[in-house]
Ligand binder design. Structure first.
Ligand code: ADP
Length: 498
């Protein structure tokens, strides 16, 4: 729905008024005209104020166009006034425009047509001005409320304008004070700003003063050119809290790092001492043990036949236990040697290591009549040959050992390429391992069976796990109780052929 346009038409000449009204009606679909004939009509209209635009003649019997214009604009600055006359001079026109006249039309028959267009343009312009004023008010309100300081300065750091938050941040009463005390600090990188090209932006964390106390601020500056003059538009934000938290965190990190480092060093030290201790004990135990073993053998040989049965059994037990202890010490020494010293890795052909493993396990294999099937062509891996030999010897020895009585051990070994790694599988038809026990068997001394059933020290898989860890590989097992086991190790593949 279009709004009705209410127009005051002020002219002493009836036919001139009629011409204006005709043009207005032609242009605006809904127009309401009030004709003003004298001073009292005009006064009344101004008092009522119910009009949106004014068209006035310059020459009036009771006043003149300039007076009308000033009266209207005084009370209704947003109301367009269009003047038309045949007597007005250029000076009058200039004077009238200065007083806020929206348009000026000469009184000639061809010109009447311009009046409605002049009103329309003036109305539109006023609407735009009003919207701009409203925006300006809203912007000002925003600038006043915002906690971030906003300012514009010269290149030398002299602040030209700023919002209240800016003054508040610096604890200043006025811009003059900011400039006088140089609160933003002209030294704050302003000189570097000159090197920038508009509209380049710069962000700096600076330390400023507020009432003598230092605080951290984020200063964001943009170089702009406004009407040919280079200025700096800036934002100033108090970041003290964030900065302090950051500093605290940094401090904490440093302390934490030092503490972790100290602790690690202590632990490593303790570990090394413990390992050295375990090693020397194992080593020292060996000598007396060898003596016991030696004498037991001598006694067995010398007295074996003459001893009574139970005494012979005691002697045999001493010998058997001493031997078992010897194996345990040997295993412990292997394990603790694995934890010490540097370990070098090199390309190692898996088939070569497996051949050595088979040779080492030959007695057990023939004793159990085990069937071992090893894939013909096996890849080369990155490993330490000695450690890999220990690892595979333990895995294969277990595969042959943990098989139910009366069952022929059947072991299958094959490799699988997994991206840049090789996974070697050792599958047996043994007694299997319950899933909930599969983690713990890799810890030292964990055994799931009695020694009578299956001999062993419980250190084999610990050697496997430690050894694999030292050559940066991985180990795992897939198994179900009673359904055989599949152990695997994974190591980096060596691509080039040796
Ligand atoms: P050991 O062989 O000296 O007993 P290990 O550390 O080699 O010690 O093995 C720990 C335990 O894990 C074994 O006692 C056994 O119960 C279980 N285990 C290891 N390998 C197998 C396997 N291939 N099949 C079934 N059980 C196994």
């Amino acid at each position: 729905m279009t709004k009705t346009l209410r127009v005051l038409v002020i002219d002493d000449n009836k036919s001139d008024r009629a011409l204006v009204i005709r043009e207005l009606r032609r242009e605006f679909s809904q127009v309401q005209v009030q004709e003003i004939l004298d001073a009292s009509d005009f006064e009344q209209a101004i008092a009522n104020g119910n009009f949106d635009a004014v068209v006035t003649d310059y020459e009036l019997g009771w006043s003149n166009g300039l007076e009308v214009l000033r009266t209207v604009k005084a009370d209704f600055p947003g109301c367009p006034v269009v003047m038309f006359t045949n007597t007005g001079t250029e000076e009058i026109a200039v004077e009238a425009l200065k007083s806020g006249l929206d348009d000026y039309v000469l009184k000639a028959s061809s010109r009447y047509i311009r009046i409605p267009a002049a009103i329309r343009t003036a109305l539109e312009r006023i609407a735009i001005q009003q919207r701009a004023a409203l925006l300006e008010i809203r912007l000002q309100r925003l600038l006043n409320q915002i906690k971030v300081g906003i300012f514009r300065s010269q290149l030398d750091g002299t602040i030209l304008e700023a919002n209240p938050a800016f003054l508040e941040l610096l604890g200043a009463e006025s811009l003059a004070q900011v400039n006088e005390l140089n609160l933003l600090g002209a030294g704050n990188g302003y000189n570097q700003l000159a090197d920038l090209q508009p509209p380049q932006q710069q962000e700096r964390e600076v330390r400023l003063y507020k009432n003598g106390t230092r605080f951290w601020a984020l200063l964001t500056t943009t170089l702009n050119t406004i009407e040919g003059v280079t200025v700096v538009d800036g934002l100033l934000e108090d970041i003290t809290e964030r900065k302090e938290a950051e500093l605290q965190l940094q401090q904490l990190n440093v302390t934490l790092e030092t503490r972790v480092w100290e602790r690690t060093a202590q632990l490593e030290n303790a570990n090394q001492e413990l390992e050295a201790f375990a090693y020397s004990i194992s080593h020292d135990l060996r000598t007396p043990l060898r003596v016991i073993q030696g004498y037991a053998q001598i006694l067995l040989k010398a007295l074996g036949n003459s001893l009574e049965a139970d005494k012979l059994t005691y002697l045999q037990r001493i010998a058997a236990n001493a031997e078992q202890l010897d194996i345990l010490i040997e295993d412990l020494l292997t394990y603790s040697r694995l934890s010490q010293g540097e370990i070098n890795v090199e390309p190692v052909p898996l088939s070569q290591v497996l051949t050595e493993v088979l040779a080492e396990l030959e007695p057990e294999i023939s004793k159990r009549q085990a069937q071992i099937e090893i894939e013909k062509v096996l890849p080369i891996v990155q490993a330490n040959p000695l450690i890999l030999l220990q690892v595979l010897t333990n895995l294969l020895s277990n595969a042959v050992k943990f098989v139910a009585e009366g069952v022929q051990p059947q072991v299958r070994v094959w490799a699988e390429q997994r991206e840049e790694r090789i996974r070697l599988w050792i599958e047996d038809n043994g007694i299997g391992i319950a899933p909930d026990k599969q983690q713990q068997i890799f810890r030292p001394f964990t055994r799931l069976h009695g020694r009578e059933e299956y001999p062993g020290t419980g250190i084999g898989l610990a050697i496997v796990s430690k050894g694999i860890e030292r050559i940066r590989g991985q180990v795992g097992v897939e198994s179900q109780l009673g359904q055989g086991s599949r152990f695997w190790i994974e190591l980096p593949a060596v691509m080039e052929s040796l």
